[in-house]
Design a protein. Structure first.
Length: 133
């Protein structure tokens, strides 16, 4: 049986088993976005993260969630057989279809470690005709 065409791809890229890519990585979090009444809701499970390690930034119609998931154990790299959990800094930005008034946005972080951001929908400006006198 001939080896897989992918055989050796990691060593060809300079990565052997257990080695990490030396490029700094910013983690990616999962989110859900949905509409409810006159609000957009963003939810994200952030297990292992403390409230003080979360930063929410709003600019125009973009919401950015940043933070850090801190590794509390000091385990040497060579002791890992598999490491899928992300530790370190993360960032996620989403663009909503309307402008956002940051003063009206609310965020909660519950005991199940789920971040919930409630964003009121901005009223769209209606076209109003003005008659000249």
């Amino acid at each position: 049986m001939s080896p897989s065409p992918l055989h050796g791809i990691f060593s060809a890229l300079g990565q052997e088993r257990g080695e990490r890519d030396p490029t700094p990585v910013v983690g990616h979090i999962t989110i859900d976005i949905y509409e409810q009444d006159n609000y957009y809701i963003i939810k994200s499970p952030l297990a292992g993260i403390h409230t003080g390690d979360i930063d929410i930034e709003i600019s125009d119609n973009v919401v950015t969630i940043r933070g850090t998931r801190r590794q509390v154990d000091t385990i040497l790299e060579q002791h890992y057989h598999l490491q899928e959990c992300f530790w370190g800094e993360f960032s996620r930005s989403v663009t909503l279809p309307c402008s956002i008034d940051p003063r009206r946005v609310k965020a909660t972080f519950n005991k199940e470690c789920v971040l919930k951001i409630i964003i009121p929908k901005e009223e769209r400006v209606k076209v109003v005709r003005i008659n000249a006198e």
